[in-house]
Design a protein around this ligand. Sequence first.
Ligand code: SF4
Length: 246
Amino acid sequence: MTPVNSTHPGRLRVQERFVSVQGEGALVGVPSSFVRVSGCNLRCAWCDSPQTSWAPVGSSAKVEELVRWALGGPRHVVVTGGEPLLFGAVAELVHQLRQRDHHVTVETAGSVWLDGLACDLVSISPKLAHSTPWQRDSTWAARHEARRHTPRTVRRLMDAFEWQLKFVVASDNDHQLERDLQEIEDYLGEIALTRAERWRVFLMPEGTDPQRLGRAYGKLAPLCQRTGFRLAPRLHIHAFGHRPGT
Ligand code: SF4
C-alpha cells in the first residue's frame, strides 16, 4: 500500500519528465517542463497515468538534479503525478525552482496537505463518486472512497495559493453527467465557493480519444453557459495523442 505523506528527503520517484506545452487549465498552451512523480493514495477507475498509481514505476532522482534539468527548460514547471502532495521532497523541489524565478504549478487531487509547500498555482482535481473503482478492485475501492472526498483540505489549498479546480466529468452518459453536475454543486457548497469564483471551476471530459473528447466539448459548452463553469479542453491529446512525454 502506498504510504500517505511518505518522505524521502532530497529524492523523488519520477515516472517521467519532459518538456511540452500545458494541455489543461488556465495556462493551456504555455511551454512548460513536467515532472511526473510516481505514487498515489487514490486509484481512480479511469486513471490516465496508471504508471503512477495502479502499477507505479519510476526512477529515484535527486531534487538538485531535477532542478538542474528544469532550469534548462521553460520558465513554467508543472509538478504532477500521481499525487505530488504525498512527498515532502516536492516542497523542496518547488521551493528551489521558485527561488530561481520559475513559475510552478502543482497538480493534485486535493486529498492531502503537504507542510512546507508554496507554489504559484495549485491545480486541484477533486475526485467525484464515479472515480471509485468498484468494478475493478474492492479493496482499493474502499480506500479510494474513504480518501477522495476532502473539502476541508481543498478549501485550505485554495486559501493558501492561487488555484483552479478541475472536475473530471463522465460526458458520455447524460444521466451520469447530471449526477456529476449535482455532485459538483454540492461540493462547491461545502467549500463555500462564491459566484465570482465559478469561472475558475473547469469541467474536463473523461477520456483520451480525440473524437470522444470533441463530442464531449459540444455537450459541455452549453452546460458551462448554464452554470458559469469553464470548459477544459485537453490540448495535448489533440496535439500529440495520448502518449508518454506529452
Ligand atoms: S488521483 Fe490522479 S494519479 Fe491518482 S489514481 Fe486518480 S487520476 Fe490517477
